[in-house]
Design a protein around this ligand. Structure first.
Ligand code: PSU
Ligand code: MN
Length: 338
């Protein structure tokens, strides 16, 4: 890092490299294939936003999956940042996909879902894999990308702590997204934890693990498909400028953890909270009856929600992903100016 001159503050990206990017294992960096446009932007200190790919391959039905992949990249571009969608192929972590690769990912059957625990499985398997929030955060941090947009993070599943009926044992199904937020210094933009989860337990877990959770433009925690989860937010910022100040402050402390920014779904496409609750109850009961477990739970519930809501959950999901990508693009710009 070049020393800042007298009276000059170090640039944001210099701070990032000097203080935060505790060098990730070289083995991880060696696995990255960074697209030329993304590599150029990073080298020049221009704003870059990472986007994940599990929501494309596992989170949405075709053809909305392909449309949202392109639309999220466009939203990042329109804000002035460079998008870098992350996926895995041929033993490499791709940071920045071509249009052809995006379509391939969305249309290839049997694409694996790669998280921190399955990253090595996906890389050694050699085929295509989509990255979840945890795996995308790992890739972003290794590449030097500090801002990342998704739809809704994974979290503590209902029944993870027991209590489905009286005799049900705890499943301990807690997404690796939560621990990744606690250990990787990336700002993650989402529309709240997915409403299929035990949202209060998810927020408690993030608090325990030291992750700031911040609602944007509202005092309530956004509820993914609906604007309000019914839970007051632990912290709020008014807009992207305030969000950037908070994120820069958090990163400059060097605590090593990420920040979760929760932006409510746009009003016009939101699904009403009461309808969301009813549909979620039904979808979860159906998943239990069908015996769905493990990494299959989230994709199964999202698909079931699409059926139960006759596509209205998909409409909200698409809108919130694009909205989050736009906000993340603006956040990356604002951070570059701090
Ligand atoms: N946001 C969406 N749809 C999704 C996801 C996020 O709108 O499908 C994905 C993310 O990749 C997240 C994953 O990491 O769901 C959570 O999966 P699990 O609950 O198995 O950790
Ligand atoms: Mn899980």
């Amino acid at each position: 890092m070049a020393r800042p001159g007298p009276g000059r503050r170090p640039r944001y990206h210099q701070l990032m490299h000097a203080r935060l990017n505790q060098p990730l294992p070289a083995g991880l960096r060696d696995r990255l294939s960074i697209a030329p446009e993304v590599a150029d932007a990073l080298a020049a200190g221009r704003p870059v936003v990472a986007l994940e790919s599990t929501l494309i391959s596992h989170g949405l039905p075709y053809p909305q999956s392909v449309e949202v992949a392109g639309a999220a990249e466009l939203a990042v571009r329109e804000s002035g940042s460079v998008p870098a969608t992350v996926a895995i192929q041929g033993g490499r972590i791709l940071v920045g996909l071509s249009e052809e690769q995006l379509v391939r990912l969305a249309t290839t059957g049997g694409v694996m879902k790669a998280s921190r625990p399955s990253l090595s499985v996906a890389l050694s398997g050699g085929g295509w894999a989509a990255t979840t929030v945890s795996a995308t955060m790992i890739a972003a941090a290794a590449a030097g990308i500090r801002v990342f947009a998704t739809g809704g993070i994974g979290g503590v599943h209902r029944g993870a702590l027991g209590g489905f009926g009286h005799s049900a044992p705890a499943t301990l199904d807690i997404s690796s997204d939560l621990d990744e937020l606690a250990r990787t210094a990336v700002a993650v933009v989402c529309a709240g934890p997915k409403a299929i989860l035990d949202v209060p337990a998810t927020l408690e877990y993030l608090e325990t693990r030291g992750v700031p959770v911040v609602a944007v433009g509202t005092s309530q925690m956004p509820g993914f498909w609906s604007r309000d989860s019914g839970i007051p937010a632990a912290a709020s910022v008014a807009d992207v400028a305030e969000a950037a100040t908070l994120v820069a402050t958090h990163f400059a402390l060097g605590l090593g953890s990420g920040v979760l920014l929760c932006v409510p779904v746009p009003e016009a496409d939101a699904y009403p909270p009461a309808d969301t609750r009813a549909a979620v109850e039904r979808a979860i009961a159906d998943s239990q009856a069908a015996g769905i477990e493990g990494p299959a739970v989230t994709p199964w519930l999202l698909a079931r929600m699409a059926e139960i809501t006759e596509g209205r959950s998909v409409r909200a999901n698409v809108a919130l992903i694009i909205n989050n990508a736009r906000f993340a693009g603006q956040l990356a710009i604002a951070l570059a100016r701090t």
